[in-house]
Write a protein that binds this ligand. Structure first.
Ligand SMILES: [Zn+2]
Length: 348
């Protein structure tokens, strides 16, 4: 009984709209400009409106160190925390985003790739240093912004390629800025079992994805979740992304980053879904571009899905959604897998 109550309590924490959120929404921005200039550029007005919303609700932004502490199992749960990241290292982040972030007392995490830094559109190392002095973190987004699943076919070449894109890039950032890089931030959100292994082996404390859902205590720091914010997002869309709750899962098949030759079924255990009933929840399972049928066993909490047709080589997301019919609140857990082959392409 006590166990049941604990589980019911966990579920409440995940989905209750009234309780303070203990999961951690992550945002992935790129450019912030007076006028948006492309899919990944956000107008300064929209950006300010989003920060204003978070500020009014007393959200606190975490830098890398605070994020790692918040994810660790057994640490005190953080309330109303978000992670605000900026990928690539655009100059517009320094010129436009930084002053607004400062105004609201937010700290960001900038994810840079050295071959871009110092170029016309990018920040300089000096500007990145200023961000660090203001409490921000600067993390590694590879050397040249390549899809790191690209050379999976050739082990020898891949090893050199990954060392350059991950380890050498990290070393340059640390040398230029004198900081300790903690996270690898995957270009295009693409990671494989091998890139994850290298990142662990070479001393990174974690990695950031664009996998769906929010991060939660006990989630591997190598699977930090972020929602990409697009220039076309209106406030409503932002609130949907921000409102997406964590849906803790384990025993995933394929595992996050796993490379397989083909995939007919996928599965995972929804650890905190103790009170499932179709009257209470709408459960859904999806994978990029495929028809999926699935079933859920409330006893074992295992979700098992069958995919309707064959995959072409490439990177694919699996996404599990749980909507509480009463509150309308939705939780999500997404992860990436790769079908081995010559052309690994992704949408990010
Ligand atoms: Zn990028």
């Amino acid at each position: 009984m006590k166990r049941l109550l604990t589980l019911a309590f966990c579920m409440m924490l995940v989905l209750s709209p009234l309780a303070a959120r203990t999961d951690i929404a992550g945002f992935c921005y790129h450019q912030v400009e007076p006028k948006a200039s492309g899919k990944f550029s956000l107008s300064l007005d929209k950006f300010t409106e989003q920060l204003e919303y978070l500020h009014q609700r007393k959200y606190k932004s975490l830098n890398s160190e605070e994020l790692l502490a918040a994810l660790a199992s057994g640490s005190a749960p953080t309330e109303n925390s978000v992670v605000i990241t900026f990928d690539d290292g655009y100059r517009t982040v320094y010129d436009y985003a930084f002053p607004v972030m400062k105004k609201y007392g937010f700290k960001g995490i900038v994810c840079v790739y050295p071959s871009f830094i110092g170029s016309k559109l990018a920040m300089s190392w000096q500007q990145l240093s200023e961000l660090i002095n203001a409490g921000w973190s600067v993390e590694c987004h590879s050397m040249g912004h390549k899809n790191l699943a690209e050379h999976y076919e050739n082990a020898e070449f891949e090893k050199k390629f990954l060392n350059h894109e991950i380890v050498a890039a990290r070393d340059i950032i640390e040398k230029q800025l004198g900081n300790k890089v903690k996270f690898m931030v995957w270009p295009y959100g693409v990671y494989t079992d091998r890139t994850m292994q290298l990142v662990r082996d070479s001393g990174f404390a974690g990695a950031m994805t664009v996998d769906g859902g929010a991060s939660y205590q006990g989630l591997s720091p190598y699977l930090v979740k972020r929602q990409v914010i697009y220039s076309s997002d209106d406030m409503n869309k932002f609130l949907i992304r921000f409102g997406m709750r964590a849906l803790p899962a384990s025993q995933q098949y394929p595992a996050p980053g796993q490379v397989v030759t083909q995939l007919a079924t996928f599965s995972c255990r929804l650890d905190e879904l103790a009170d499932y009933s179709p009257e209470k929840y709408v459960l859904n399972a999806k994978t990029t571009g495929k028809k999926v049928t699935f079933s859920f066993d409330p006893q074992t909490r295992m979700l098992t899905a069958t995919v309707g047709s064959e995959f072409k080589p490439g990177n694919y997301f699996i996404d599990i959604y749980l909507r509480d019919k009463n509150t309308g609140i939705t939780a999500q857990n997404g992860w990436l897998f790769t079908i081995a082959g010559k052309s690994n392409k992704t949408g990010y």
